[in-house]
Design a protein around this ligand. Sequence first.
Ligand code: GDP
Ligand code: MN
Length: 380
Amino acid sequence: MNIHEYQAKEIFRQHGIPVPPGEVARTAEEAERMAHKFGGTVVVKAQVHSGGRGKAGGVKLARSPEEAGSHASKILGMHIKDLKVDKVLITPAEDIATEAYVGLIVDRASKRPVFMVSSEGGVDIEEVAATNPDAIRKLEVDPRYGLLPFQAYGLATALYDDLKQQRAAARIMTQLYDAFLESGASLAEINPLITTQSGDVKAIDAKMNIDDNELFRRAEIEELRDESSEDPSEVQAREAGLTFIKLDGNVGCCVNGAGLAMATMDLVKYYGGEPANFLDIGGSSNPEKVVSALRIITADPEVQVILFNIFGGITRCDDVANGIVAATRQIDISIPIVIRLTGTNEELAVEILQNAGFSALTDMDKAVERAVNFAKGEGQ
Ligand code: GDP
Ligand code: MN
């Protein structure tokens, strides 16, 4: 789950990270009023689940409340990477001396939280990684011990020469590590971590992604969910109890089990296709879930074919077959459907499908290849 900058900043504040104050406005008038309250120069910042807002014109300095209002009226309603802006953060402007980068992610390769810091902040870290990888210092944290003080200092000295700033930054590293762990985050990023003209170290941007699987035990984090900022198909899928992630391809995938769903996507790629989604209909699938899944997949105009890949264990193939038949009666589906089922009640499922005019395959390779051919317009 993504959260907004203002929400991540609140989590940072709770952990003691120095963050400038800020308030969220939904209209230009509100923005103007808040700017007036803060006084002096403020920054008007689009609140969307995306980086690169600065470059896209979503971060603007305002020298007066009126200017804050006029910036807000332009930023509210604009789109950044296809995401509509409906909120802006108003925050006092800082007098920036330097901009650094601090990131903490769960690294799959080392299976640990990994810090990445660079004195070249403010810009895209991907760009620094590509052009000047030596400018990034990495540190794997052993979760059994947490971030040890000498490690926090090591990271801080990669950013600053000044002793006071090193101390401040080391404290921030520790606080960020705590915020990350306690929120169940998969990513926490400060870009930029600034020094001000008077020498203070502060976080003026904040980004956090929360691991969805951590949410069930963190009601206060789940509350931060902003459905208006999420993909409508993903919201619908969550409500139907499906695990769904929208992708850019045109082969709609409907699979039971996350592992099989990953393997199916790999095989789609292997045969030269592009999956339109990741979709796990879950373990004990009832026909209703299949209906919801088909509704979500067919709502995507890019999808050229639907590929079912079901391994019947606890999931009964006949349940899925009934779901497919029910769904095709309820929804007008004009694209081909390729079905592969194997396992529990497979014979019954094939019979149900054949009676309804579908054919079913048991071989995964053949099914995926056929689906990819349909997607390429070469199907039969
Ligand atoms: P992003 O582009 O989405 O990452 O948004 P940021 O919050 O990182 O803002 C982009 C850039 O705007 C920063 O790197 C700063 O250079 C600038 N900026 C943001 N806040 C301030 C501020 O308070 N004062 C000044 N002078 N610049 C700011
Ligand atoms: Mn930033």
